[in-house]
Write a protein that binds this ligand. Structure first.
Ligand code: PGA
Length: 240
């Protein structure tokens, strides 16, 4: 894993967006993935600005969402699909070639999972996977204990995730499961960018970056990826 330390959140966001743009080539069709959450917000805004300014052409790039809360749809505040719609898709002057948003409200969530796998199988592997890191080291909803050999799956939310999830919602939510791209799909990405910001991420980032590779800290699997860049602000990089 390569490490880039930035002085603050703004610089991290700008650099990450520039790296995303750099990795998008018009020469061939691509499939890219972004997470929802607090960490990628400004990176997404910077990315949109560059697309709209014509700095990058995304007409041959497809987008696929990383994960979603089972039970929330894109109209629900705090859903990852709403994050992607509001901050990314609806602000783009030039659209992606195609995109797949996960419907966490689907009547048949297993069918949704199958469709997510099919989209990635058809247009993948991912050219680029941008990720955040959870306080338990999760990537998407690949929670601690996850099988590293997994495609898209439905997984019980960890206690850590349940403790912090209130920050995303405007009201009390009782959610038990997530639907997520699997570690196998993330590891098959040609390039991975892991973003981390804030002192609260310092401990888990250090474990992921230099601790043992174990599914107790899912992000540690990225040590085995041969083209993974960790981009962190000084607070998150404190224990590295
Ligand atoms: P955050 O979430 O960006 O809101 O901190 C990261 C994650 O849980 O993956």
């Amino acid at each position: 894993m390569k490490l880039i330390v930035c002085k603050d959140y703004e610089e991290m966001s700008r650099k990450a967006a520039a790296m995303v743009v750099e990795s998008i080539s018009v020469a061939e069709e691509q499939l890219i993935s972004f997470p929802g959450g607090e960490t990628p917000l400004d990176m997404v805004k910077e990315f949109v600005e560059m697309v709209n300014a014509g700095t990058v052409d995304i007409s041959r790039t497809r987008f696929v969402q990383l994960d979603e809360w089972v039970g929330l749809g894109d109209k629900d505040m705090g859903s990852c699909a709403q994050f992607i719609r509001i901050n990314l898709l609806s602000n783009l002057k030039y659209p992606f070639l195609d995109f797949f948003l996960i419907n966490g409200l689907a009547d048949d969530i297993q069918k949704e999972r199958v469709q997510l796998n099919e989209f990635i199988d058809r247009y993948g592997p991912l050219s680029l996977s941008v990720l955040g890191i959870g306080l338990n080291g999760h990537l998407g909803f690949n929670e601690d204990g996850v099988d590293f050999d997994s495609d898209a799956h439905i997984i019980p939310l960890s206690e850590t995730t349940k403790q912090v999830m209130g920050k995303y919602f405007d009201r009390e939510r009782t959610l038990e499961y997530g639907i997520t791209q699997g570690i196998k799909q993330i590891m098959a990405a040609k390039k991975v960018i892991l973003m981390a910001s804030g002192e609260h991420k310092a401990r888990i980032l250090a474990k992921a970056f230099s601790g043992p590779v174990t599914n107790a800290v899912p992000a540690s699997v990225l040590q085995r990826h041969d083209n993974c860049v960790v981009i962190a602000d000084t607070d998150a990089a404190k224990e590295l």
